[in-house]
Design a protein around this ligand. Structure first.
Ligand SMILES: Cc1ncc(COP(=O)(O)O)c(C=O)c1O
Length: 408
């Protein structure tokens, strides 16, 4: 089947965060939104059909989750990640970020530390802070190819520092594949986390929402694929990134261990957070059931977008160095040289100028923690003509012509 990812779909007037929160200066072209991680592609046609089918029945009363929903999840893990699970290993939730909050409330106590590898997707800091826990940061190292890495010594050091401050760590939140850097963790890296967790009695909650965007030669390995470590592993994921369902809220935990299941169910009951609504699970079920071919084709399209982005930035944006990610649709780019050359305060100021004068909206790196300072994140998941237009404007902006308002 052919999918037309080049087609521009006008999202104006749909209350889309990505499009409705843009600077619209007088007489200037609207900024090209290359920021928040959602895609400007329509979901697979079967998803729209499933939503229409459900909406077509005019009674939207209390509903049950069908067994078939769990079965599609089992099948997805088996076919896409070669991980054998039972339907009883899935516990549903309403969004990955809320599920991270539930994990914090379940496997750590107020005042305790929660370990994270930084830089990291900003809500990781927020769910920890808002639950009255302390973020214990283990900064990662960035190599010349733009890949982040960590080793057990980094984890041990962060833990020892926390303990010296009287902070006990019982939980680690882990992002796999990694947002913002796009690393797809090697099996050996995952094993080092698991060994560390076992040594210190820590539970690992892995956010695997970007699992379906992994590019050859890397392949995705879920933390749910280590049965020997099941007593300390919780995976959190959803169809949201894969099938562009950010406005719906179906997500799931994968928990194989009975004791962890009981603890998690108790927390979810206490939060009254319940299962996803009828539309969310109708959409997610259709996506998992029918979307394999669609995501396969989309990944190839996005990979090409990423390659174009990295190449054009290298050739046309002085002072900006972009790195090709192993996974995700996000391109992480070091702008420190440009920031220094223009004497800007930081990446936040740069991103502001880029939006107002350059007419492109990107995400500032420092919201991912102090290691992100001087970086920007570019979302390559849009029709190619839109991306190229954004890159034209970035080329203009970074070569110091600055005001791109004359560009269309
Ligand atoms: C790593 C990661 N986790 C979670 C989310 C959001 O998940 P949800 O909308 O289901 O809360 C995102 C969105 O960008 C993300 O990148």
């Amino acid at each position: 089947m052919n999918f037309d990812f080049d087609r521009i779909i006008d999202r104006h007037g749909t209350l889309a965060t990505k499009w409705d929160d843009l600077d619209r200066g007088h007489d200037k072209a609207e900024p090209i939104p290359l920021w928040v991680a959602d895609m400007d592609f329509p979901s697979p046609p079967e998803v729209t059909q499933a939503l229409l089918n459900r909406a077509g029945h005019p009674v939207y009363g209390y509903s049950m989750i069908p067994v078939s929903y769990y079965e599609t999840l089992v099948a997805w893990y088996k076919t896409q990640y070669q991980t054998e699970l039972s339907r009883h290993d899935f516990i549903l939730s309403r969004g990955v970020v809320p599920a991270l909050g539930t994990a914090v409330n379940t496997w750590s106590k107020a005042g305790e530390g929660v370990l994270i590898l930084t830089p990291i997707y900003p809500p990781f800091f927020e769910v920890i802070r808002r639950s009255g826990r302390v973020a214990v940061e283990a900064p990662m190292k960035l190599n010349d190819t733009g890949r982040y890495s960590f080793d057990s010594a980094d984890l041990e050091k962060a833990l020892a520092n926390a303990e010296n401050r009287g902070i006990h760590v019982s939980l680690m939140l882990f992002c796999s594949p990694h947002n913002p850097g796009g690393a797809v963790w090697h099996r050996a890296e995952l094993e080092s986390i698991l060994a560390f967790a076992q040594k210190h009695g820590i539970v690992v909650a892995a956010d695997e929402i970007h699992a379906d965007f992994v590019y050859t030669p890397r392949s995705f390995c879920s933390l749910a694929a280590f049965p020997d470590h099941a007593s300390r592993v919780v995976v959190i994921s959803s169809a949201n990134k894969t099938f562009n369902l950010g406005g719906l809220h179906a997500s799931h935990f994968v928990v194989r261990d009975n004791a962890l299941k009981v603890q998690l169910k108790r927390s979810l009951e206490a939060e009254w957070s319940g299962a996803p609504d009828i539309f969310s699970f109708a959409a997610a079920e259709a996506a998992y059931k029918h979307g394999a071919e669609w995501i396969f084709a989309l990944k190839a399209y996005i990979l090409r977008n990423i390659e174009i982005t990295v190449k054009r930035i290298a050739a046309e944006c002085p002072g900006l160095k972009a790195y090709k990610p192993e996974g995700t649709y996000l391109v992480w780019a070091n702008a420190s040289e440009h920031i220094a050359k223009l004497n800007l305060k930081d990446d936040v100021e740069l991103v502001k100028h880029l939006e107002i004068s350059g007419r492109v909206k990107a995400t500032p790196g420092s919201i991912f923690g102090s290691e992100g300072r001087g970086f920007i994140r570019i979302n390559a998941a849009c029709p190619r003509s839109q991306l190229e237009k954004g890159l034209d404007r970035m080329a203009y902006f970074f070569s110091n012509k600055r005001d791109a308002s004359s560009l269309t």
